[in-house]
Design a protein around this ligand. Structure first.
Ligand SMILES: C[S@@+](CC[C@H](N)C(=O)[O-])C[C@H]1O[C@@H](n2cnc3c(N)ncnc32)[C@H](O)[C@@H]1O
Length: 240
């Protein structure tokens, strides 16, 4: 995995931000998140908004494989609450171990990653905020957002058996790894109508080639129209 070298200006930016953060408490940060957000975080938010708009007219679930701290998942929940508050046929489903990487493939994934990576998260914290948002949204007796804990290689095939109502409008593949990406693609594909979109967060990305290998094994690249968002250098997506 090649590490990105920070420029002196980026190092100074990071130091300044760390020092400024020491001057405020967490509620200050929560009230004014953009004061502290860096370019990468704002780009990610903007690209998720663009992608969400592409499936506003497609019923079904937004499935995120790889939730980590829930930043994107909760943004999707907010967008759904704001842009389609009465969409009882929309659910947002997040799959993660909430304990870090698992099912690392020694041939397809980078050799210098390990199972501790992304383990610094807290599922109960995300669940508490889902529940808090449920208090203030319309038709809140119908769940909008749910978390499924465990290895996607196992949980995703088990999950679809329990949900005969499942339609997937947007499948977001962001585990960074080969095996969970492949299982998620193969399992959810039959549930995706024409017009639904598949999003890969690390497509054509040398540091984490597993998502791209999995994509190539499930789809003929000549037959999908893989696109990027011009301002986001990592995300790729295509319509079914
Ligand atoms: C890059 S992070 C996801 C970031 C998140 N989508 C966001 O936008 O904030 C990758 C996540 O994939 C999860 N993950 C990796 N392999 C997994 C597997 N086999 N099953 C479940 N989760 C997995 C990790 O635990 C980690 O939280």
């Amino acid at each position: 995995m090649t590490k990105r070298r920070l420029t002196p200006a980026e190092i100074e930016y990071n130091e300044t931000r760390a020092n400024v953060l020491k001057r405020v408490d967490s509620s200050y940060v929560a009230d004014a998140p953009f004061v502290f957000s860096n370019r990468i975080a704002v780009t990610a938010a903007l690209s998720r908004m663009e992608l969400f708009k592409k499936v506003l007219d497609v019923p079904g679930a937004i499935v995120e494989c790889g939730v980590y701290k829930g930043n994107s998942l909760m943004l999707y929940m907010h967008l759904s609450m704001i842009l389609e508050p009465y969409a009882i046929n929309r659910s947002i489903i997040g799959f993660d171990t909430f304990e870090g990487f698992t099912s690392i493939d020694k041939n397809e994934d980078p050799s210098d990653i390990n199972e501790n990576m992304f383990s610094d998260t807290d599922q109960s914290l995300i669940q508490d905020m889902i529940n808090a948002n449920d208090l203030v949204r319309p038709v809140n007796r119908i769940p909008r957002c749910e978390l499924v804990k465990g290895d996607i290689v196992k949980t995703v095939p088990e999950f679809v058996k329990t949900r005969p109502d499942l339609v997937v409008a947007m499948l977001i593949l962001d585990t960074d790894l080969y095996a969970p990406t492949k299982v998620a693609l193969e399992t959810f594909l039959p549930y995706m109508p024409k017009g639904a979109i598949v999003v890969l967060d690390e497509v054509a990305y040398r540091n984490f080639p597993g998502e791209t290998s999995a994509l190539r094994e499930v789809f003929d690249l000549n037959k999908i129209e893989l696109k990027r968002l011009p301002f986001d250098s990592s995300v790729g997506y295509f319509h079914i």
